[in-house]
Write a protein that binds this ligand. Structure first.
Ligand code: NAD
Length: 361
């Protein structure tokens, strides 16, 4: 693995938000606080335009040898009608995640009191800081057999399999316990063990693992209750660990707590320490090339990169503080400008954060 950061701007607002996030990496390089080499490559629709493939061989090769990958977003109307899924932009991203065997997805939902933008009362949201750890490699999204066939009554019949082995549960459980150990020492495991066998196994393995982490308080919730509690009392959560589909749903629900999808970063990691860092939002074609996209989710993704991949937790903290300071001063991109504060463009928000960050490092 080389000491390289691969930048994949992608489509739509991807290049705009990536530009701002890369400024952080360049500043750290200039100050000699990191010494990674930056490389760029194509993915998604722009790669289809250039070489006819959403994940060109060169991009995959560069990704495999990089320590960290920073990705904007892929997709757009231009490619929506491509019938062959393997030629669509989104396939490029799925293939990248699969090829590098990213098995854990971390999404950190933080409520910023400066943003009274969420549809939930601010008293309920105060102190919300939830890390959702989602198993990415198995479960119903990948399970076989799957398909739609005609049954004996000539009715169309759809079926999927939710497969999960104990190695995968243990592996994601360890990531979650280790994170909880460094945070508030609270882990909530989410399953549907009252109905589904895979969930019964999940609960058993997480319970077994908890014996090795006596200082972490473990609770178990069924997915339906967890979805309700996330809205009713989100601050009871610290780290949540769950499978692929439940994690997908809960993390989108949690996105609402931050006020805008433009505020939510993510990290995916594999077993050899490589990381893929990306905002949770898509390519937002409706606002692309207008200079209005919120770059904070992508800048927070760099913060996660500093923490989880480049082992610079202090720099990661300073970057988070820089963002909070800019919000405290009242600067807002359009998506979070609910109360008529100082409206700024993508670029201006990036520059303000850099200015603040430079004062701290
Ligand atoms: P989206 O996340 O792109 O946009 C949803 C809404 O949120 C839009 O109104 C958009 O303007 C807004 N939004 C998103 N990011 C924002 C930001 N940073 N600042 C301000 N507003 C923001 O989801 P979508 O509209 O469902 O999908 C658009 C395209 O993105 C599709 O082609 C889809 O396949 C693709 N997509 C890609 C990824 C990815 O690359 N990881 C994820 C989801 C969707």
């Amino acid at each position: 693995m080389k000491n390289e950061i691969l930048i994949l701007p992608g489509d739509g607002i991807g290049p705009e938000v990536i530009n701002e996030a890369v400024k952080v990496i360049q500043l750290l390089k200039k100050k000699k606080l990191i010494n990674s080499v930056i490389r760029y490559a194509k993915i998604g629709g722009n790669a289809i335009e250039k070489v006819g493939l959403p994940l060109p061989t060169d991009t995959l090769k560069a990704a495999k040898s990089s320590r960290a990958i920073l990705l904007g977003a892929v997709g757009g109307k231009k490619w929506d009608n491509i019938k062959d899924f393997k030629k669509r932009p989104e396939y490029g991203l799925l293939k990248l995640r699969k090829s590098l065997k990213f098995f854990a997805n971390l999404r950190n939902t933080i409520f910023y009191p400066q943003l009274l933008s969420s549809s939930i009362k601010s008293e309920i949201l105060s102190n919300v800081n939830i890390m959702i750890v989602r198993e990415l490699s198995q479960g119903i999204y990948f399970g076989k057999p799957r398909g739609v066939v005609y049954n004996e009554y000539f009715l169309r019949y759809g079926f999927n399999s939710s497969n999960l082995d104990e190695k995968a549960i243990r592996r994601i459980g360890i990531i979650a316990f280790e994170l909880a150990k460094k945070r508030k020492k609270q882990l909530c495991s989410v399953d549907k063990a009252n109905v589904i066998e895979v969930s019964m196994l999940w609960r058993k393995i997480i319970t077994e693992l908890s014996n090795s982490y006596p200082d972490v308080r473990v609770t178990h919730l069924y997915i339906d209750n967890a979805a309700m509690q996330l809205i009713l009392s989100p601050n009871i959560f610290d780290v949540i660990v769950t499978g692929n589909m439940f994690g997908d749903i809960l993390s989108d629900e949690a996105a609402n707590l931050t006020g805008s999808i433009g505020m939510l970063p993510s990290a995916s990691i594999n077993s050899i320490g490589q990381g893929l860092f990306e905002p949770c939002h898509g390519s937002a074609p409706d606002i692309a090339n207008k200079g209005v996209a919120n770059p904070i989710a992508t800048i927070l993704s760099v913060s996660m990169m500093l923490h989880y991949s480049l082992q610079k937790p202090l720099l990661s903290k300073f970057l988070n503080v820089a963002i909070i300071n800019v919000l405290k001063k009242g600067f807002r991109t359009a998506d979070i400008n609910y109360t008529g504060k100082n409206l700024v463009s993508t670029k201006e928000m990036g520059n303000l954060i850099i200015e603040e960050f430079e004062k701290l490092i």
